[in-house]
Structure formats: structure tokens, C-alpha cells
Design a protein around this ligand. Structure first.
Ligand SMILES: *C/C=C(C)/C=C/C=C(C)/C=C/C1=C(C)CCCC1(C)C
Length: 237
């Protein structure tokens, strides 16, 4: 049962709880926006915009649970967080594949990206939970997988496909590359903030959640809007 007095108390003096609440609303609004726009697109672009909506919708449901968990338990909802990511990050990899299909992207690009993202997230989860005393080691492995993803889209085969596609697809691919390089880099920073004995004393408990919540809003909604804009522009010409 939802305890409303607890939630209203939370809202007034708890910045972490506040970002969970606003994050939940923002993800819901973005999902409604993407889903309701679907009719305006032809088949070629509809799947990409649908996936944008699924990403923010899955996040909205997880944020609903995470804000409750934070309010009731008062701890980082690490498990829900990683379940959210393990569903949504592969879908973001799928978006790269979907927009590059016009240039002949093969499913092996999709699988490569999905496997790398799963490695990144599973090792990150182990470092945050089961093997928290070896956070640096697991974070390092996770970081390597992250770098390979960055390499693949900036300089690897995905970059070449984007160049071949040119035009709107190339422009959108470039922006998505910046999301992954800069927006996604907030997560390892959050991980370090949350690792005991590193910076927890400076910023206190919950700082990791504020970092993750801000990053999620930028990366899931912003990323989706880039895809939406690509679909709108491509249908114009
Ligand atoms: C919507 C959610 C997204 C885009 C989540 C992305 C998460 C990451 C890029 C996480 C990366 C991590 C590292 C590179 C090292 C430390 C552990 C992680 C999992 C926080």
C-alpha cells in the first residue's frame, strides 16, 4: 500500500526522492509523446519511434517502483535499476542497428552491441552488489566493454555504415554517438560516487541515484527525441 504521508514528506526535503518522482513523470510523458506520434510515420520509421517509446515506458515503470523503494526502504534500488538498464540499453543498441539498416547494417552488428552492453551491465552490477569490495576490478571490466561500444559506433563498422548512409541518418548517428560518449559517461561517475570509501563521504548516500536519474532522463528521452527528429526529417524529403 502506498503511504502518502511518507511520500509528501519525502518530496519536501529529499532530493533523491524528488528526482525519482520527476524522472517517473518525465518518462511517462515522453512515452505518451512517442506512442501518440506513431501514426504520422510510415512503416520504415515507425519501428524506430516505437522502440523510443518502449525505452521510456520501461523506464517509467521501473521509476515508479524505484521511487517507492527509496521512500519505503531508504536505500538505492540497485536491483530495479539494473533490470531497467538490461532491458533498455540493448534497445538503444537496437536503435543504432535500425537506423543503419538503410546502409545495409547486418544483424551481427546488433548482436555485437547487445552482447557488449550486457557484459558492461552484468559486470557493473556485480561490482555494485555481490563483489562490492572489488568494485574497481568489476568497474574496470565494465568500462572496457563500454569503450568497445564507443569505438564501434565512433570508428568501427557502425561509423562506416553511417558514412555510407549520409544525410539525415549520418547526422542523427553523430548525435547518438555523442550521447553514448558524454551522456553514458555519467554512469561510471555515478558508480564511483556510490562505491564505499571512494567519494561517499563527500556527497553522502543517494548521490549515486541523483547521478543515475539525471543521466537516464538525458539519455533515454534525449536519445528518443533524436530518433523522432530523424523520422520527421526523413519523411519530409
Ligand atoms: C538508460 C540507461 C542507460 C543508457 C544506462 C547506461 C549505463 C552505463 C553506460 C553504465 C556503465 C558502467 C560503467 C561503464 C562502469 C561502471 C559500471 C556501470 C555499469 C555503471
Amino acid at each position: 500500500m502506498t503511504n502518502f504521508s511518507l511520500i509528501s514528506k519525502m518530496m519536501s526535503d529529499d532530493y533523491v526522492g524528488f528526482t525519482f518522482f520527476v524522472g517517473c513523470m518525465a518518462m511517462m510523458a515522453a512515452s505518451a509523446f512517442f506512442f501518440l506520434s506513431l501514426n504520422q510515420f510510415d512503416k520504415k520509421w515507425r519501428t524506430s519511434v516505437l522502440v523510443s517509446g518502449l525505452i521510456t515506458f520501461i523506464a517509467a515503470v521501473h521509476y515508479f517502483y524505484m521511487k517507492e523503494y527509496w521512500a519505503e526502504v531508504g536505500e538505492s534500488p540497485t536491483f530495479f535499476r539494473y533490470v531497467d538498464w538490461i532491458l533498455t540499453v540493448p534497445l538503444m543498441c537496437l536503435e543504432f542497428y535500425l537506423i543503419l539498416k538503410v546502409a545495409g547494417a547486418k544483424t551481427n552488428l546488433l548482436w555485437k552491441m547487445v552482447v557488449l552492453s550486457v557484459i558492461m551491465l552484468v559486470t557493473g552490477y556485480l561490482g555494485e552488489t555481490v563483489y562490492a569490495d572489488q568494485a574497481a576490478l568489476w568497474g574496470g571490466i565494465s568500462g572496457l566493454a563500454y569503450f568497445v561500444i564507443v569505438y564501434e559506433i565512433w570508428l568501427g563498422s557502425a561509423a562506416k555504415l553511417a558514412k555510407n548512409a549520409g544525410g539525415n541518418v549520418l547526422a542523427a548517428h553523430k548525435i547518438l554517438c555523442w550521447f553514448v560518449l558524454v551522456g553514458w559517461a555519467i554512469y561510471p561517475l555515478g558508480y564511483m560516487l556510490g562505491t564505499d570509501g571512494w567519494y561517499t563521504s563527500i556527497l553522502g548516500k543517494g548521490s549515486v541515484d541523483i547521478a543515475y536519474n539525471i543521466a537516464d532522463a538525458i539519455n533515454k528521452i534525449g536519445f528518443g527525441l533524436v530518433i523522432y527528429n530523424l523520422a520527421v526529417q526523413s519523411q519530409k524529403d
